[in-house]
Design a protein around this ligand. Structure first.
Ligand code: ATP
Length: 261
């Protein structure tokens, strides 16, 4: 996927993305990082054709995404949003089945393919024991896995995840990150996600895109991109970068660089 010179505004006055240029590498995990409000979700939205750029275009498999029919795009790209809403009395299995919608036509659907995709999504996310529960009977981590399962049931080669670990405790955060890594390694899924935890980004990404104020400041391999200078520039936070023989490279936030009042 190529993002070619995207400038985007919600209201036609203030640009929230400025001439954004990047290539999403096939079969890799790409993580977008940057401070609150810098445009990470906006970029993810524009890359999934949810919002029309003022300038530039996003090319997927040689064709501008604006030219895809929604159903056609939904067979290539699935999105797990930051906040997801569904009736609490819906069961896990029924919700996951909604992921099959792009594969149904008015006249036909391949029942066997649908069943296989739903079962695969349930197995990947380890939800067998929860499939007949309703959403209000699940923990936060389980609910997050259900949304990922619904996206997986779409059986797309590309998966976008907007802050998949927010609000989750350490166990569930690791569980989701390991699931994402397995999906990438075992099934070759191209993953683009937004993360706030720099250490998770460092550990699980092949490529990092660092944004500030609607612009990409740096992108590339995490160990090359995540220098203390870049992190201070992006987040206004001074950090130490350390290496542990087992954990590898990690970042310790030290202090916020406060501007004069
Ligand atoms: N629907 C909208 N209408 C108008 N402005 C919006 C809308 N959504 C986001 N914005 C603005 O666009 C800018 C970028 O927002 P965006 O949600 O992309 O940031 P983000 O980097 O994902 O932030 P966060 O880390 O807080 O989720 C912000 O200034 C935000 O206020």
């Amino acid at each position: 996927m190529d993002v070619n010179g995207i400038t985007f505004s919600y209201d036609g006055n203030v640009d929230r993305l400025h001439n954004v240029q990047t290539t999403i590498q096939h079969g890799k995990i790409t993580t977008i990082i940057g401070p609150n409000g810098c445009g990470k979700s906006t970029l993810l939205n524009v890359m999934s054709s949810n919002g029309k750029p003022r300038k530039g275009e996003v090319i997927l498999d040689g064709k501008a995404i604006a030219r895809y029919r929604p159903v056609e795009l939904a067979r290539r790209l699935a999105v797990v949003h930051q906040q997801n809403e569904a009736p609490d009395d819906l069961t896990v299995e029924r919700l996951i089945r909604f992921g099959r919608m792009p594969h149904k036509t008015m006249f036909s659907s391949n029942k066997q393919e649908d069943e296989e995709a739903v079962e695969w999504a349930i197995a990947c996310t380890n939800l067998e024991q929860r499939r007949f529960r309703t959403l209000d009977q699940l923990s936060g981590g389980e609910r997050q896995r259900v949304w990922i399962a619904m996206a997986l049931a779409q059986r797309t080669p590309i998966l976008f995840l907007d802050e998949p670990t927010t609000y989750l405790d350490m166990f569930y955060q690791l569980e989701i990150m390991e699931l994402i890594q397995r999906l990438n390694q075992a099934y070759g899924l191209t993953i683009v996600m937004v993360l706030h935890d720099i250490n998770q980004a460092l550990r699980y990404s092949d490529v990092i895109i660092a944004m500030k104020e609607g612009r990409i400041l740096a992108s590339g391999h995490p160990q090359e991109v995540l220098t203390s200078e870049l992190i201070e520039e992006v987040y206004d936070v001074q950090v130490l970068i350390r290496r542990d023989p087992e954990a590898g490279l990690y970042i310790v936030p030290m202090q916020a660089v406060l501007r004069p009042l």
